[in-house]
Design a protein around this ligand. Structure first.
Ligand code: RB5
Length: 146
């Protein structure tokens, strides 16, 4: 059974600083955090490796939800969605984070550190964590994703 309170987080070098800020925010909100790297902004790494680490932690039941960060959120989001059990929405504000929960039952969000500021990213995080899936008309559509 996946741990509902522990949130996975991972980034590439471009997302490292924002990942650190979001990790601190998660801890302030009382969540356990499973930080899957990267460990520095100084060393260039490949974002698919960090999407894979988060997807595998999810498959292993260590986490039920995750946050991914790269420069745009796009590359790491594409990589995460290669894994059938991941539904990753690339979000850029509170509204997109809320809607990807309500409509897509997203279990991961991807954020672009080079595109949005820290406060907006925190708003995304809080909306993602606090919004329930709406079900209803979305159930058939979400089922077709897998
Ligand atoms: C890294 O330079 C950058 O390409 C990556 O963080 C991301 O934006 C890719 O989608």
């Amino acid at each position: 059974m996946a741990d509902k309170d522990t949130i996975g987080i991972a980034s590439d070098h471009a997302g490292y600083e924002l990942k650190a800020a979001l990790r601190a925010e998660l801890e302030a909100l009382g969540h356990g955090v499973l930080d899957l790297g990267t460990e520095s902004a100084a060393r260039s790494v490949d974002y698919p490796d960090f999407a894979r680490a988060l997807a595998e932690a999810m498959k292993a039941g260590r986490i039920a939800r995750g946050i991914l960060v790269c420069g745009t959120g796009i590359g790491i989001g594409i990589a995460a969605n290669r894994y059938p059990w991941v539904r990753c929405g690339v979000v850029h504000d509170e509204t997109s984070a809320r809607l990807t929960r309500e409509h897509n039952d997203a279990n991961v969000i991807a954020i672009g550190a080079r595109l949005i500021g820290v406060e907006t990213a925190k708003d995304c995080l809080k909306a993602f964590l606090s919004t329930a899936y709406q079900g209803g008309r979305h159930v058939q559509r979400v089922a077709k994703l897998s």
